[in-house]
Design a protein around this ligand. Structure first.
Ligand SMILES: Nc1ncnc2c1ncn2[C@@H]1O[C@H](COP(=O)(O)OP(=O)(O)OP(=O)(O)O)[C@@H](O)[C@H]1O
Ligand SMILES: [Mg+2]
Length: 505
């Protein structure tokens, strides 16, 4: 007999459906699988065979051939186990073929027949719904993840025996309810903890409000890392659509926390400076997996000790910083990952960290400082909207009771500024994402602001990109102030965040 059963396999942050075809016919006993890499074939074969036997069903003693179509699609073996077992059982008429119609199957089998979750369930569920399927049979542990997809029934199944009983109509299984449980409260640091650094706090607020990239420069122990870790706590919460996108990424990366089917908080990624190229942009063996910039999608990528990152890694960020996505090619497979994040960088002004410090002399030689700065290329710096210098904390700031404004209050202003942007663009979008045409159209300046900008172009020797960036930041500052047009004071403040480019640090 011949049988066809639907499954899926992660591909990038999406999934492709796979048709598992199975033929059981006369011939020497054997089980061959076509369409998977050699090693995965033998593993899948053993799991499927043992699982079927161990739930008390007969494994056919004839020739079994399974084909995983399309053959040229790179697949991940384990998630196809359940569909393979079901296909064998349909082909041997244990399960009626009609009962598998409109369903997809996704899960790994243990040798004893238990079902185990595999990465990418949400992506497979989305692909199944898109293909018009009615339901997806998955391991219990990930049923809530599959249930996030509206219009698709997610059937939780403990083991192969239960799946077979369900498909034979012997038992009923209720689809998992579509629920969005609250995760644990996020552990973002609160801006209340930050003493002084008013200028940097303000820059952080502007970065949050307009999605601008920020670079903080200052001596050790001044609060750069501290401030960066406060950023997620002042960003507005993810919309449901964004949450689903982020969840799909984490599911495909196998990083979804157990018991938390939906990620609701913005990601905060802080890769160490020794991160590899593939770790940062995506790649790895087999089908490319998402890197840090994709894991930071809709959130924050924090690069602490920026000049210590590998030059190649830094340069690789140039394209995604502009395009907000990255295409990774590996072994002939091209996969595009989303990568729309806010970059926050932190660095010392020089290798010893004390350049410009009034109390501690800098011990670096001039050429060492030049070398240090040169590790970050001009084009990379050109993609940063806000530069801010953090001075050392004063005695008063250190000794004072020093509680700053709490994150909650800042978040309220940021959310309001984002609302203004949403209304202007007629969709959720930030000022940082504006294209050149939009900047002209959406950043009207009052007369005095125009005059100020004209002077600034000369004074700061603004490049084309620098000019556009100042306008975008000024737009955000105006949005924070609730103003429709950009006034001189908004522009003047935006110009303050350009110092680094002019070599003033
Ligand atoms: N402005 C500040 N307000 C309150 N605490 C601070 C401040 N700056 C530093 N601290 C304290 O010092 C610790 C170290 O600060 P942080 O890691 O932010 O410094 P940094 O600027 O990143 O230094 P480095 O250049 O060495 O990385 C913080 O965890 C915090 O306890
Ligand atoms: Mg630090």
């Amino acid at each position: 007999m011949f049988a066809k059963v639907v499954s899926g396999t992660p591909f990038g942050v999406e999934a492709k459906l796979v048709e598992v075809q199975c033929d059981v016919g006369p011939g020497l006993p054997g089980f061959s699988i076509v369409g998977l890499p050699e090693k995965e074939v033998s593993e899948a074969r053993e799991r499927v065979r043992s699982a079927i036997r161990n739930v008390g069903l007969p494994f056919p003693g004839t020739k079994i051939t399974a084909n995983l179509a399309p053959a040229d699609l790179k697949k991940e073996g384990a998630g196809l186990d359940l569909a393979l077992a079901v296909a064998v059982l349909v082909a041997t008429e244990v399960i009626p073929a009609a009962r598998t119609q409109g369903l997809a199957f996704y899960g790994e089998l243990s040798l004893n027949g238990e079902l185990r979750p595999v990465r990418g369930t949400l992506a497979v569920a989305l692909a199944a719904r898109q293909a018009g399927l009615a339901g997806l049979v998955v391991p219990e542990a990930v049923a809530s993840e599959a249930a996030l997809v509206e219009g698709l029934a997610a059937y939780p199944v403990r083991d192969l025996g239960q799946a077979v009983a369900f498909l034979k109509g012997e038992i009923a299984i209720e689809p998992r309810a579509r629920e969005f449980p609250e995760g644990p409260p996020p552990e973002w640091l609160d801006l209340r903890l930050v003493r002084g650094q008013e200028h940097a706090r303000r820059a952080l607020e502007i970065a949050a409000a307009g999605g601008h990239n920020l670079l903080m420069v200052g001596p050790p122990g001044g609060g750069k890392s501290l401030l960066a870790r406060c950023l997620p706590g002042i960003l507005p919460p993810l919309s449901f659509e964004e949450a689903l996108e982020v969840t799909r990424i984490y599911s495909v990366a196998g990083l979804l926390p157990p018991g938390q089917p939906l990620i609701r908080e913005r990601p905060f990624r802080a890769p160490h400076h020794t991160v590899s190229y593939a770790g940062m942009v995506g790649g790895g063996h087999g089908v490319p997996s998402p890197g840090e910039i994709t894991l930071a999608h809709h959130g924050v990528l924090f690069m602490d000790e920026l000049p210590e990152f590998d030059r190649k890694v830094l340069e690789a960020l140039r394209q995604p910083l502009e395009d907000r996505r990255i295409t990774v090619v590996r072994a002939g497979v091209a996969v595009t990952f989303p990568a729309s994040f806010t970059l926050v960088g932190a660095m010392n002004p020089c290798p010893c960290g004390h350049l410009g410090d009034p109390l501690r002399p800098c011990r670096c030689r001039p050429h060492e400082i030049v070398q240090y700065r040169k590790r970050i290329s001009g084009p990379f710096l050109d993609r940063i909207d806000l530069f801010v210098q953090l001075p050392r904390l004063t005695k008063q700031e250190l000794l004072g009771d020093g509680t700053g404004e709490p994150s909650q209050a800042v978040r309220a202003r940021v959310t309001e500024a984002r609302e203004r942007q949403r209304a202007r663009f007629a969709r959720p979008r930030t000022n940082a994402e504006m294209g050149p045409g939009e900047v002209e159209r959406l950043c009207p300046l009052v007369k005095e602001a125009k005059a100020l900008l004209a002077r600034a172009i000369d004074h700061f020797a603004l490049t084309g990109r620098g000019y556009v960036r100042v306008l975008k930041v000024a737009r955000t500052i105006a949005d924070l102030a609730g103003a429709d047009t950009i006034r001189a004071e908004h522009l003047a403040e935006a110009l303050q965040y350009r110092a680094f480019e002019e070599g003033e640090l």
